[in-house]
Write a protein that binds this ligand. Structure first.
Ligand code: GRF
Length: 198
C-alpha cells in the first residue's frame, strides 16, 4: 500500500522537492498528501503548489503558546491521516503536544552525523571543527523523533560526507545537501517498506 506522508517545511524546500520527485517517479512508494509550512513566504510552498500537492500554511499567532500552536499543527496534520510526518527543513521545535499525536511516525533530517552538532548551523560548525581539529568528515542523518530532544532519536539512516582540504562553507553545504536529498528518500523508502509495530 502506498504510504501517506505529510511534509513540514519552513524554508527553501529542496528536501521536500526530493520527496516530491521521488514520489512522482515511483522511486518512493509514498504519496505526499499535504505540505504544511509555518512560514507563508517559504519557497517550499511554491514547490508544493507547482507539484499539485495540497499546500497549507499554519502560522503561529503573535504570543501563541507553543503547546497551543503544536496542538493546532497536530490537528492540521491529522486531517490527512499520515503514516509519517516528515520534518524536511522544519525550523520549529516540536513539543509533546504535537509528538504524542504521532508516535513512531515523526521523521527528522539533520545535516550532521548522529550525536553531532544538534541545532542550527550544523554544517558551519562541522567546517569550523575541521579547520580547528581536523574533523575530516561530517554527514547527514535521518531519525525518528520520539520526544523533545533536539536532532536526537532512533537513527533510520546516516551517511558520512568527507570534508575536503579546500572546502568552503558553500562547497561543503552543496555536498551535504546533495547527501540529504538522497538519504531522505532512501530512509523513507526503507520506512514505508518496513513492518510497523502494532
Ligand atoms: C536542511 O539542511 C535540513 O537538514 C536542515 O535545514 C535544511 C533545509 O533545507 N534542517 P531545505 O529547506 O530542505 O532546502
Amino acid at each position: 500500500m502506498t504510504a501517506r506522508l505529510v511534509v513540514l517545511a519552513s524554508g527553501n524546500g529542496s528536501n521536500l522537492q526530493a520527496l516530491l520527485d521521488a514520489s512522482q517517479s515511483g522511486e518512493l512508494d509514498a504519496t505526499i498528501v499535504a505540505v504544511i509550512s509555518n512560514n507563508a513566504d517559504a519557497f517550499a510552498l511554491t514547490r508544493s503548489t507547482s507539484s499539485g500537492a495540497t499546500t497549507i500554511v499554519v502560522a503561529a499567532e503573535p504570543g501563541e503558546l507553543r503547546a497551543h500552536y503544536d496542538a493546532r499543527l497536530a490537528d492540521a496534520c491529522a486531517e490527512f491521516s499520515p503514516d509519517y510526518v516528515v520534518l524536511a527543513g522544519w525550523m520549529r521545535l516540536l513539543s509533546m503536544a504535537f509528538l504524542a499525536q504521532f508516535p513512531q511516525s515523526v521523521v527528522n533530517l539533520h545535516p550532521a552525523l548522529p550525536g553531532e552538532f544538534p541545532g542550527t548551523h550544523a554544517i558551519e560548525r562541522a567546517l569550523q571543527a575541521h579547520q580547528r581539529l581536523g574533523l575530516g568528515r561530517t554527514g547527514v542523518m535521518v531519525h525518528l523523533v520520539p520526544d523533545e530532544g533536539v536532532d536526537n532519536g532512533p537513527v533510520i539512516a546516516a551517511v558520512e560526507v568527507p570534508i575536503e582540504l579546500d572546502d568552503t562553507l558553500e562547497s561543503l553545504e552543496q555536498r551535504v545537501h546533495a547527501a540529504e536529498h538522497a538519504l531522505l528518500v532512501q530512509a523513507m523508502q526503507h520506512l514505508v517498506n518496513a513492518p510497523r509495530n502494532p
